[in-house]
Every structure is written in structure tokens, then in C-alpha cells.
Design a protein around this ligand. Structure first.
Ligand code: NAI
Length: 333
């Protein structure tokens, strides 16, 4: 098996550090390039370079063409760069700063790693993914099969919180609950009716569960009290995402995950607009992964009345966030 190069942009941060640690342990990876604007990334790279695994770890900043060096040859780039939330902030409050960071990194990827798979972690994901897509389009290197908004933490939370409600917290991984829509508050739509194995949760318990999945990030922001948002659980989720994608692309193990993607140019993407009753270019959906990345978008499936209401509540905010991201992306051309 030939090993690939991965790059983590924002590798010195709260998510970046543990995500780099987990990435360096992925069996498909031979080299991890850690890029950050903060020079402390050299220390993170030195630290991880002592692991006795197969991956070589190198750190880069903006000096000496660092972004170019970090990205050149990378087959997958994960982006947890940018500012996180503080108490009282929404993910949308981060847009002003993080949109420019995402535009710059997307430009770098277009120039130095145009065929890389891209996983966007930086918030607000509902808008930063459109910024990536517009920038890549403008550079003529956009491949919809390879650009993912990383929403895996919502799926991890859904699994854990459902398991807690049914009294089996230590069996959380067995609950597979698709989470669709977007990645912020009301736009997060957990489809509990499609849980495998099936669960029967109703009434106020269901209301509280849905609210907890949608606003689970706030629990962490509040508990950290100004020191940031979810980092370790996000790194765990990011590594799950990375493992699934690399297993499909390089390991011949196709699988289905949910991710926030650009629908119009993906096989099956068109049918989502009929299911949600609105034309949205971006939506978190179940995607079939294969050798090329996203092989096709799978239908949302049967939603019950409760879930249809969640969907209706999500659409206006999601629409606005997309318009904002696309508008920013296009205005930079
Ligand atoms: P952090 O502040 O601890 O780390 C961010 C890192 O990005 C810092 O090391 C900073 O120097 C670096 N950075 C800033 N500008 C950069 C640039 N132009 N190029 C490369 N690196 C740059 O923040 P944290 O907690 O790691 O969060 C990162 C992002 O991830 C935030 O936007 C946060 O909201 C988001 N996030 C996303 C989640 C998701 O589920 N998708 C979950 C949790 C956080």
C-alpha cells in the first residue's frame, strides 16, 4: 500500500493538535504536514515527530513558502483554522474572520494541492464550505466529489445522547443516527426515526434530546468559559471522518457518512431538492463514499411529522448562511 500525505491547516490550535495526533496514526498516511500561522506549530510537529508510527510529521508557518510546502503533494487537507466561539457567540459571529482565512487556504489548495480531498472544520461550516467552493471554482479546480463540510461531531453527539436517553451510555457507538441539514443550532436535523437500532423516544424527552444535539456545542463553550469550544471531541470526530474517507478512497472500503456538501453537481443531489421542497445548493446529507470521494448522494428517506417540522425550521437560516458564504466567495473574485 502506498502511503499518502495529509495536511492539517490550523494544526497548532485546540482542534488541530489532537487531530494531528490522530491523523499521524492513520494507516494510509505516510506524512502529515502541520500548517499554522502561529510558530508554536513547530513545537507541535517536533512533539509528534517522536511517535514511533509510520508517519513523518513536519511543521510549517507562513515563512519560507510554508503553505506551499505543506500543501504540495497532499491528497487530503483538513482545515480547523480560525477563531472558535466564546460564550454568547453563535457560529455565524465567526464568519467575518474565518471566511477570509478559508478563502486564503482554499486559494493555497487550488495552487498547490488541486486534487486534494478537503474537509472543512472551520465555522460557520454552513457558510465556510460555500466560500471554499466559490474560491475553488474561480480557480478552475473545483471537484464536488472532494469537498466536505465536516459535521461528524453532530453524528457523534447524536449517538452518545441517544444512548444516554435509552440508558446505555457506554454502548453509544452502536446507535447510528443520520444527522442532516447544516451544522449550527436549528439547522442540525437529527433523524431519530431512522436510528439503527431503532429507539422509541417521544414527547418532552424527544424535545430535550433534539435540543441537546442541536446545541450540544454550547454546553462545551459554556463549560470552557471563554477558553474556546469543542476541541477534543471535534478531533475525535475529525479523525472518524478522515478514517472513513481514506478507507473508501485508498482502502477499497466504501461506506456511507453524512457531510455538508455541494449538491448540484453530485449524482443524486437533485433529488434532495424534491425531498426538502426547496432548492438549496448545500445540505448535509448521507453520501456514499468510494474511490473518487463522494460517489453519490443518498435520499433523506422517510421523515416523520416531527422531523418535517425540524426541516422547515432549519431552511431559512440555512438559506441565509449559504447566501452569505456564496456572496463572500464571489465578491473576492
Ligand atoms: P483555535 O483558536 O484553538 O485554533 C485555531 C488555529 O487556527 C490557531 O492555531 C490559529 O493560529 C490557526 N489559524 C488562524 N488563521 C490561520 C490561517 N490563515 N492559516 C492557518 N492557521 C490559521 O480554535 P479551535 O478550537 O481549534 O477551532 C478551530 C475552528 O473549528 C473554529 O472555527 C471552530 O468554530 C471550529 N469548530 C468546528 C467544529 C465542527 O464540528 N465543524 C466543532 C468545533 C469547532
Amino acid at each position: 500500500m502506498s502511503l499518502i500525505k495529509a495536511a492539517i491547516c490550523g494544526a497548532g490550535g485546540g482542534i488541530g493538535q489532537p487531530l494531528s495526533l490522530l491523523t499521524a496514526q492513520n494507516p494510509h498516511i505516510g506524512e502529515v504536514a502541520l500548517f499554522d500561522v502561529a510558530p508554536s506549530v513547530y513545537g507541535v510537529a517536533a512533539d509528534l515527530s517522536h511517535l514511533d508510527g509510520t508517519a513523518v510529521v513536519n511543521g510549517y508557518t507562513k515563512d519560507n513558502d510554508g503553505l506551499k510546502q505543506a500543501l504540495t503533494g497532499a491528497k487530503i487537507v483538513i482545515i480547523p483554522a480560525g477563531v472558535p466561539r466564546k460564550p454568547g457567540m453563535t457560529r455565524d459571529d465567526l464568519f467575518k474572520i474565518n471566511a477570509s482565512i478559508c478563502r486564503d487556504l482554499a486559494t493555497g489548495i487550488a495552487d498547490y494541492a488541486p486534487d486534494a480531498i478537503i474537509g472543512v472544520v472551520s465555522n460557520p461550516v454552513n457558510s465556510t464550505v460555500p466560500v471554499f467552493v466559490e474560491t475553488l471554482k474561480s480557480k478552475g479546480v473545483f471537484d464536488p466529489k472532494k469537498v466536505f463540510g465536516v459535521t461528524t461531531l453532530d453524528i457523534v453527539r447524536a449517538s452518545k445522547f441517544v444512548a444516554e436517553v435509552v440508558g446505555k451510555p457506554n454502548q453509544a457507538p452502536q446507535y447510528k443516527i443520520p444527522v442532516v441539514g447544516g451544522h449550527s443550532g436549528k439547522t442540525i436535523i437529527p433523524l431519530i426515526s431512522q436510528s439503527k437500532p431503532a429507539v422509541d423516544i417521544q414527547g418532552e424527552t424527544l424535545d430535550k434530546l433534539i435540543n441537546r444535539i442541536q446545541f450540544g456545542g454550547d454546553e462545551v463553550v459554556k463549560a470552557k468559559d471563554g477558553a474556546g469550544s469543542a476541541t477534543l471531541s471535534m478531533a475525535y470526530a475529525g479523525a472518524k471522518f478522515l478514517n472513513a474517507v481514506l478507507d473508501a478512497v485508498y482502502g477499497g472500503k466504501p461506506s456511507v457518512i453524512q457531510s455538508y456538501v455541494y449538491l448540484p453537481e453530485l449524482q443524486g443531489g437533485d433529488s434532495i431538492k424534491n425531498e426538502i421542497g426547496k432548492e438549496l445548493a448545500y445540505f448535509s446529507v448521507s453520501v456514499q463514499l468510494g474511490k473518487q470521494g463522494i460517489e453519490k448522494v443518498l435520499p433523506l428517506g422517510q421523515l416523520n411529522d416531527y422531523e418535517k417540522r425540524l426541516l422547515q425550521d432549519a431552511l431559512p437560516e440555512l438559506d441565509q448562511s449559504i447566501v452569505k458564504g456564496v456572496g463572500f466567495g464571489k465578491s473576492q473574485l
